[in-house]
Design a protein around this ligand. Structure first.
Ligand SMILES: NC(=O)C1=CN([C@@H]2O[C@H](COP(=O)(O)OP(=O)(O)OC[C@H]3O[C@@H](n4cnc5c(N)ncnc54)[C@H](OP(=O)(O)O)[C@@H]3O)[C@@H](O)[C@H]2O)C=CC1
Ligand SMILES: Nc1nc(=O)c2c([nH]1)NC[C@@H]1CN(c3ccc(C(=O)N[C@@H](CCC(=O)O)C(=O)O)cc3)C=[N+]21
Ligand SMILES: [Mg+2]
Length: 289
């Protein structure tokens, strides 16, 4: 038996097309072009790729894209000053500050400075609080994309056992909140979890957001379970000097046990960017409804 491959790349293309259609209608009705500002501090090559992809897809959806590249030596005050100006800029509906930030900058202070109404990452404490209390805020893009793939694969999630591996504020915790909101029975596992394999084995839904290449093995998976692999890990390829991308799930062996599984690349990653565009449209609609 071989798992169904959950094609995030194709689902994301469909979502981007729906966003583009709605953007066109929004522009016609309001005369306003939704705008996304992306702030990149420093030169991290992986981050540069994401920023470039985001910029290209933002334009393709009919939205305006503003990129702000700052030197790794940028001070926290300079970054906060840029955010303050983006907060009051009427052409900017969404603000994304690429993480991680250089060590000398206080990440929490920067995220707190973003206008929650423009926080298309959903990382501001106001949006995290709204998600935790069932309110209407902006929802973090990666967990939102994972939820869309899960509902497309499984339909109603009510009553299912979900195990989220990872408890970060940007993936694990909001993922768990969304699954709880869909009436799953949710377990959050992390580096201190005792006997992780047996915890994962009870799951109908496994979301791996760990950052450890191919950690989740086939014998951790309940036969037929749905496995969502958030991990993006660059590892050495067979060819010397080259690298390849792998997830947190041992894809080959797990796909012989699971019912459905997302690949890396082509799974969650493209959904993150599509949901970022969706959140930017949502933020623009909230301002000019
Ligand atoms: N596809 C996409 O769009 C995105 C992909 N990512 C990728 O997802 C992964 C996770 O990202 P992020 O949440 O930011 O990572 P973090 O490093 O912030 O969090 C990792 C989590 O995994 C837990 N963990 C680490 N080692 C183990 C272990 N051996 N067993 C069990 N739990 C463990 C940590 O536990 P503890 O809290 O105890 O330290 C922590 O909660 C990364 O590979 C990242 O690149 C991230 C964002 C978007
Ligand atoms: N403020 C902030 N918000 C983020 O959402 C954010 C961030 N910081 N920092 C970094 C992580 C990582 N992340 C990815 C987005 C898309 C892909 C993606 O599209 N991946 C492609 C492959 C890309 C490639 O080949 O390198 C795929 O999986 O198919 C990956 C990773 C967003 N992040
Ligand atoms: Mg982190």
């Amino acid at each position: 038996m071989s798992a169904r491959v959950i094609d995030g790349k194709s689902f994301a293309a469909g979502l981007r097309a729906r966003v583009a259609t709605e953007v066109a209608a929004f522009k016609a009705a309001t005369g306003v072009t939704p705008g996304l500002a992306v702030v990149l501090v420093g030169e991290d090559p992986a981050s540069q790729v994401y920023v470039r992809n985001k910029g290209r897809e933002t334009l393709a959806a009919g939205m305006a894209s503003f990129e702000h590249r700052m030197a790794a030596t940028t001070s926290q005050e300079q970054l906060l000053a840029l955010i303050a100006s983006l907060n009051t800029d009427d052409t900017v509906h969404g603000i994304l500050v690429q993480l991680p930030l250089p060590k000398h900058i206080d990440e929490a202070a920067v995220l707190a400075a973003i206008d929650p109404a423009k926080d298309v990452d959903g990382f501001h404490v106001v949006n995290a609080g709204l998600l935790a209390t069932g309110g209407q805020g902006l929802v973090p893009c990666t967990p939102l994309g994972c939820l869309m793939l899960l509902e497309d694969t499984l339909g109603d999630l009510s009553g299912l056992e979900a195990v989220v591996i990872g408890r970060s504020n940007i993936v694990g915790k909001p993922m768990a909140q969304l699954l709880l909101g869909k009436s799953c029975t949710v377990t959050i596992a992390h580096s201190r979890t005792r006997d992780l394999p047996s915890v994962v084995r009870r799951a109908d839904i496994v979301v791996a957001a760990v950052g450890r290449p191919e950690m989740v093995k086939a014998d951790w998976i309940k036969p037929g379970a749905t496995v969502i692999d958030v991990g993006i890990n660059r590892v050495p390829a067979d060819e010397p000097g080259k690298t390849r991308l792998v997830g947190d799930v041992a894809y080959g062996e797990v796909s012989r046990v699971a019912g459905a599984v997302t690949p890396v690349p082509g799974g969650v990653g493209p959904m993150t960017i599509a949901c970022l565009l969706l959140n930017t449209l949502t933020a623009a609609q909230a301002r000019h409804g």
